[in-house]
Write a protein that binds this ligand. Structure first.
Ligand SMILES: Nc1ncnc2c1ncn2[C@@H]1O[C@H](COP(=O)(O)OP(=O)(O)OP(=O)(O)O)[C@@H](O)[C@H]1O
Length: 218
């Protein structure tokens, strides 16, 4: 849980490479477009797949970067939210960073248990008495479950934003915490930081296992 400089992360280099490959792919197809016989559809399909890979890579990079100085359980969190997302089990997980959340959230049920995917998935299993509200993580420990977070009061875009996502935004407006959200309705995963919500695609679980864990590799 040491400070890391994400600018030197090999994951960032992979991201840059991925974007450069995509640009090169589009550019080469753009130059072929003049030919009457040429059909762009295959290129677009490939570009879409490349973009999805880049999105998954970016999600991994940013989460690793924002969380790894504050918890060693980054991979367990990634695994949990992917499982919850697949099952469409709604979830809200707040990771405390530098600022204490004690005065920001309304404390739920104390837990003091080490973070594991099984524990998080059990907490958010529909019908579990603790599944409502947010889990609070400090370091490598689930401090409490069923916590109530402050809701953002901001008007957000044109789309309806439900209370789970409003709670994620609210807590990150009042602290430097990072909030992970899994939508029960869509299974989509997002994270909130500094009052902004970022959709993330984590479709490649294998990629998380290969991420560097040590300071030296970042
Ligand atoms: N203030 C709050 N703090 C923590 N969790 C909250 C808060 N308000 C609501 N929630 C959680 O959000 C759930 C309701 O989510 P709701 O459907 O309104 O939001 P949503 O953002 O549309 O989420 P989803 O996409 O999962 O449906 C509640 O059952 C509860 O678990």
């Amino acid at each position: 849980m040491d400070n890391k400089n994400c600018d030197f992360s090999p994951m960032k280099q992979q991201l840059i490479q991925g974007l450069q490959d995509l640009i090169a792919h589009l550019q080469s197809n753009l130059s072929k477009l003049g030919g009457e016989e040429y059909c762009l559809l295959n290129c677009l399909e490939d570009a879409k797949n490349q973009l999805a890979d880049i999105e998954a890579m970016a999600a991994s990079f940013y989460l690793n970067c924002y969380l790894s100085s504050f918890t060693d359980t980054y991979e367990d969190l990634s695994t949990s939210i992917q499982h919850l997302s697949k099952k469409r089990h709604g979830a809200l997980i707040v990771v405390e960073r530098s600022h204490s959340l004690d005065s920001v959230i309304q404390k739920g049920t104390p837990m003091e248990a080490v973070v594991t995917p099984k524990l998080l998935e059990a907490i958010f299993y529909p019908g579990n008495p603790l599944h409502d509200g947010a889990v609070l993580i400090r370091g490598n420990v689930v401090v409490s479950a069923s916590n109530v977070l402050p809701l953002t009061k901001r008007k957000i875009g044109k789309e309806k934003v439900g209370t789970r996502h409003r709670a994620a935004l609210g807590v990150t407006e009042l602290s430097d915490a990072l909030a992970l959200v899994v939508s029960e309705e869509t299974g989509k995963i997002s994270f909130a930081l500094e009052g902004n919500l970022y959709p993330i695609n984590m479709s490649d679980p294998a990629s998380f296992e290969t991420q560097p864990k040590t300071v030296d590799t970042l």
